[in-house]
Design a protein around this ligand. Structure first.
Ligand code: SF4
Length: 692
């Protein structure tokens, strides 16, 4: 059977052997396009979760006790013989879960108004569920507060690209990398986060492409790079602006392209050249190697270049501005077309699709502006604490692990009057839910997923399940609350709902996506798709590209070296900076990957990478402390691949409490958390080895 991997935004097509309603083996589908001829360990082994999945719908005992006296009599009667699921929950029939939820949501809407309800989710389920979900929150509940986990990842890519080239998505398919002469990767640990894209990058270098890799630490992809750049923390924007400046100062810009395809070059040039900062700022701070690299990279960008980035760019205070700075480089060098363009490496398997169909507080489906902008997820937490939100409907997002400022999130969830969760696996947020709908996973249902190259794939049920899909749950609740939509199948949601309302999906049909076939949006009604965007014009109102300049604000590691680091005695230790990321063997909160023994063995706990010079002070296990919170003790792995005073860890295991270290600091445009840089103290928790 052919389907699609349920994990990352690469969206690899898989071939699956099933026996007795159990998956036996997953391998790559040879006819696939996105898989690039293989799959990674998660795709291969990450299916054991199906044996540990939530089997039934649940209602919290405490909640039932609390609301029972208020319920209408017929509902009260149905609570009489509930069976305990465990010490926390009753198992409840689907219809009862629907009736309780619609009654409770209706009551909250009546008492507090529709805006007292928020909906969060959509990136881990199919496109159909995302579209129905936002429709329910907006049209039935009457709330603008709908968001998805792009909030903690690529919302800045959408913002940074939309204002420059009009479309916040990759302009290229992954395979276009084979036509690129230069591949520029910044802030992406691609071999771990998007393994089958990394495979293509490495293959492209073997075929002659030049590779430039930029990060705050040495990553595996650098082994294949022609130029590797280790940046001081918090300097992406300075680095990207300095590259643009170098291009202009050396007269390397593509004047013909700029004149024909862009709208505000002179203004941008003046702003950039009058900035006080450039490559010399790095040199002054003692990072001369970065300045030298800028001189070498600028001329390379005049060749056919693909620009790739990940959360190492977006999860910063200036994430959106840094993304626009990448777009500036592509515009300056005229790099749009075959083998050239911009490729944000989206994380979740349907985060692109969730944004496309309007699971965002500031966009309706197809990126149309709403009448009223809703709250972003961090604002929803604040509003809960202020008593303004009475209910959250959470579709597949572990709010109690993946968001920053977990101390605050936990308080908000404790205070929230009513929490409904639609989930596949047990998780921290499931524990806190009043009603839990157990829903089908990606391997148990059909539906469309949109990957990081705008490609629509259709999944098919690999194993049968009696549970509903997310959209079926939402539709049932909506119907009870007066909603008028009534789709009979997932196919009908796509073809009768989404394709009619969302222009970019106009020609999306199941028949065109069956048997591992795929299409990249925009898809014309005829079924013709669009592998490359922006060939002749950009998606802005007048078709022109617009440069966007933002000044780098001095801060972080470089600023420390420019100021405090220059003491006459030089006896102050630099601060420790922590950055976070993913390991190839685990996925986000690990709930779906960790049950696979092969994946658990490869990466059983979060590990902190530290330079060996610190071993004598730190020992084998440490706690991290920031101004916002404290982690649990984490195992240390010493490696010279990380610089002194730089730290890296993953956040797959809730017990590590890594996300307690991050506060509300975020990209100012999108509130995407600053996960890639936090100053910490390092506290040894075991006796360090004695020196010598
Ligand atoms: S690269 Fe991503 S989509 Fe492909 S197999 Fe691995 S996790 Fe799945």
């Amino acid at each position: 059977m052919v389907s699609v991997c349920t994990y990352c935004g690469v969206g690899c097509e898989i071939e699956v052997e099933v026996e007795n309603n159990k998956i036996q083996k997953i391998s790559h589908f040879p006819g696939g396009v996105s898989n690039g001829g293989g799959i990674c360990v998660k795709g291969r082994y990450g299916f054991k979760f199906l044996e540990k999945r939530l089997p039934t719908h649940l209602a919290k005992m405490e909640y039932i006790d609390k609301i029972a006296p208020q319920l209408p009599f017929p509902l009260q009667v149905r609570l009489a013989n509930l069976t305990p699921y465990d010490h926390r929950f009753y198992q409840i029939p689907f219809t009862l879960a629907v009736d309780l939820t619609s009654w409770q949501l209706g009551k909250i809407v009546e008492e507090m108004g529709g805006e007292a309800v928020a909906g969060i989710g959509g990136a881990r389920t199919n496109l159909e569920s995302g579209w129905v979900f936002q429709k329910f929150i907006r049209e039935v509940i009457g709330s603008p507060n709908v968001d998805n986990c792009a909030r903690v990842c690529h919302a800045p890519s959408l913002k940074g690209l939309k204002r420059t080239i009009g479309e916040g998505a990759s302009s290229l398919p992954f395979d276009a990398l084979f036509q690129s002469e230069v591949i520029f990767v910044i802030g992406s640990n691609t071999t771990h986060a998007h393994p089958m894209v990394a495979k293509r990058i490495i293959e492209a270098t073997r075929r002659g492409a030049k590779l430039i890799v930029v990060d705050v630490r040495e990553i595996e992809l650098m082994k294949f790079a022609d130029i590797s750049v280790i940046l001081p923390f918090e300097t992406n924007l300075l680095f990207l602006n300095s590259l643009a400046r170098e291009i202009l100062e050396k007269g390397l810009e593509n004047r013909e392209f700029i004149a024909r395809r862009t709208g505000n070059f002179s203004q941008f040039k003046t702003q950039l050249l009058s900035s006080p900062d450039g490559k010399e700022t790095f040199r002054r701070g003692g990072f001369g190697k970065v300045a030298d690299a800028i001189e070498k990279i600028a001329p390379l960008l005049t060749r056919k270049t693909a620009f790739l980035w990940g959360l190492g760019v977006t999860e910063h205070l200036d994430g959106s501005d840094a993304v626009s700075a990448i777009a500036n480089l592509a515009l300056l060098s005229g790099n749009f077309g075959e083998g050239a363009g911009v490729m944000p490496l989206r994380g979740q398997n349907n985060v692109q699709g969730a944004c496309d169909v309007g699971c965002l507080p500031y966009y309706l489906p197809d990126y149309q502006p709403p009448e009223k902008e809703g709250l972003k997820t961090p604002q929803i937490f604040d509003a809960i604490l202020e008593g303004k939100i009475g209910a959250v409907v959470n579709m597949g997002e572990d709010l109690l692990q993946i968001h920053p400022n977990q101390n605050k999130v936990a308080k908000a969830i404790e205070k929230l009057p009513f929490l409904v969760v639609l989930e596949v696996m047990e998780s921290r947020i499931v524990e806190k839910a009043d009603i839990v709908f157990a829903v089908k996973s990606g391997y148990e249902k059909e539906g469309v997923y949109v990957n990081a190259e705008r490609r629509l794939h259709l999944t098919q049920p690999l194993v049968t399940s009696h549970l509903p899909d997310d959209w079926e749950v939402i539709q049932k609740i909506a119907q009870k609350m007066g909603g008028e939509f009534n789709f009979a199948s997932t196919r009908e949601v796509l073809e009768e709902g989404i394709a009619r309302e969302v222009g970019r999906f106009a020609g999306a049909r199941y028949a065109r996506l069956k048997n591992g076939k795929s299409l990249q949006w925009p898809i014309a009604p005829s079924g013709e798709d669009t592998p490359i965007l922006h060939r002749e014009k950009f998606s802005t109102p007048d078709g022109l590209g617009y440069f966007h300049f933002a000044q780098w604000e001095p801060r972080g590691e470089l600023q420390w070296h420019l100021t405090k680091g220059k003491t006459p005695t030089g006896d102050i230790s630099p601060p420790w900076y922590l950055t976070t990321g993913r390991d190839i063997s685990q996925y986000n909160n690990g709930s779906q990957t960790d049950p696979a023994p092969q994946l658990h063995r490869k990466y059983p706990e979060d590990v902190l990478l530290v330079n060996p010079i610190h071993r004598p002070q730190l020992g084998e296990r440490v706690q991290l402390k920031s101004q916002f919170g404290v982690s649990a003790p984490v195992k240390v792995r010493y490696t010279s691949k990380i610089r002194p005073y730089t730290l890296y860890t993953t956040f797959h295991f809730a017990q590590s409490r890594v996300n307690f270290l991050f506060g509300d600091e975020a990209d100012r445009h999108t509130l995407t958390a600053r996960f890639k840089s936090v100053e910490v103290e390092v506290i040894p928790v075991e006796t360090p080895e004695k020196e010598g």
